[in-house]
Design a protein around this ligand. Structure first.
Ligand SMILES: *Cc1c(COP(=O)(O)O)cnc(C)c1O
Length: 390
């Protein structure tokens, strides 16, 4: 709690202001010549230009590093900017990437379309299954990428287990920990080399600023900084960094309420006659509940639910939900719900076949409503869902 409030911040040396300033300046007046090349930039360089470094972004990076117990953090304009910065600064033509076969659609499509076009060998595997992971993670793999809990199945990846597999063949391991947030899981402490967050979600927490982050060891983040931030240039606006920094102060408290509320909604849904299956890492019915207990300090506010005639409920939800917003995204104080049909996702993003498709359907069936449980009174949320389910 204390780190979330104080890390990265200090009273302003000139004015004594207690809250952080927003420094919108794109350039900085310098008193000794500095090189124009990012290659020559020392770690303790003064502020020169806001695509390189910005004081408000530094506050956010330092706070996130403290929460993830990371040596270093670099922030970006969105979660996808962070994801592409890490993938494109790490992988070269001919390298092999092993990625979980269901994850955030933007990440899935970036790997399947863009990275393959650039000559990266993309291997998809169900990393929630350690045996399948061991088969895919063999000599010659450069990077392993897992998302846990994964979108939209809420499948979990054993971070310690996959980190060992990756390191045994000389590969690095990156974890998209957006659904967990630094409150639930700290992947670097479990052996991961990089953590990626869409800050747009729980870290911001209020649905009003986009951002992304990559965290890890300082030496490993050098390329993410030079290629990802300085050359590709997807840097975060200082204003968004300031909003997200403010959101982080209440992240530990918010995650407690997200968990309490999600547990209540999950139990309500599990007991409802129209509901076929609820997937929530905090329920003992989750197929990987043991791993959730081991790996997660908080079960977060994300759950997926299969119901009778899911697609048939979508229009009613759009017109009749009183509290939930029918909208994508997650981790906001407002509750959100969205339909993710399996056939649509297979066509647009995942293209799984055979055993991989069977394994996906074992979690998601024909499709799920992905629910991001917010901070409202959970009884109001249950009532709102009850009037739709009937
Ligand atoms: C939203 C999300 C992203 C992408 O983040 P943006 O901020 O929307 O670019 C990546 N991974 C996961 C798991 C997400 O939920």
């Amino acid at each position: 709690m204390t780190r979330a409030v104080h890390s990265g911040e200090s009273p302003d040396a000139v004015t004594g202001a207690s809250a952080p300033n927003i420094v919108m300046s794109s350039t900085f007046v310098i008193d000794e010549p500095v090189s124009f090349s990012a290659q020559d930039k020392p770690d303790d360089a003064p502020y020169v230009y806001s695509r390189w470094d910005n004081p408000t972004v530094t506050v956010l990076q330092d706070k996130l590093a403290a929460l993830e117990e990371a040596e270093a953090c670099r922030c970006f304009a969105s979660g996808m900017a962070a994801t592409s910065a890490l993938l494109l600064s790490t992988l070269s033509q001919g390298d092999r990437l092993v990625m979980s076969d269901s994850n955030y659609p933007g990440t899935a499509e970036l790997a399947r379309k863009t990275l393959t076009r650039l000559g990266v060998d993309v291997v998809l595997a169900d990393l929630s299954d350690l045996e399948a992971a061991a088969q895919a993670i063999t000599a010659g793999v450069r990077l392993v990428w897992a998302e846990t809990p994964a979108n939209p199945t809420l499948r979990l990846t054993d971070i310690r287990g996959v980190a060992e597999l990756a390191h045994s063949v000389g590969a690095e391991f990156a974890v998209d920990s957006t659904f967990a947030s630094p409150v639930a899981t700290r992947p670097l402490l479990l052996g991961a080399d990089y953590v990626v967050h869409s800050l747009t979600k729980y870290c911001c927490g209020h649905g009003d600023a986009m951002g992304g982050a990559v965290l890890g060891r300082r030496d490993k983040l050098k390329n993410v900084e030079s290629d990802g931030q300085i050359y590709m240039g997807g840097v975060i606006s200082p204003f968004n960094a300031w909003l997200i920094n403010r959101g982080l102060a209440t992240l530990p408290m918010r995650m407690q309420v997200h968990q309490t509320n999600a547990t209540r909604v999950a139990e309500f849904l599990e007991g409802h006659k129209k509901v076929k299956k609820v997937l929530y890492p905090g329920l003992s019915s989750h197929p990987q509940f043991d791993l959730a207990v081991r790996q997660m300090d908080n079960y977060s506010g994300m759950l997926s639910v299969q119901v009778d005639n899911g697609p048939g409920l979508v229009e009613r939800m759009m017109s009749d939900l009183k509290i939930f917003h029918y909208a994508v995204s997650l981790g906001h104080h407002r509750s959100l719900i969205y339909w993710l049909g399996t056939d649509d996702l297979m066509q647009s993003s995942y293209a799984l076949e055979g055993p991989a498709l069977i394994a996906y359907r074992a979690f998601a069936g024909d499709g799920v409503f992905r629910i991001s449980v917010g901070l409202e009174d959970p009884e109001d949320l249950c009532d709102d869902l009850a009037q739709i389910l009937g």
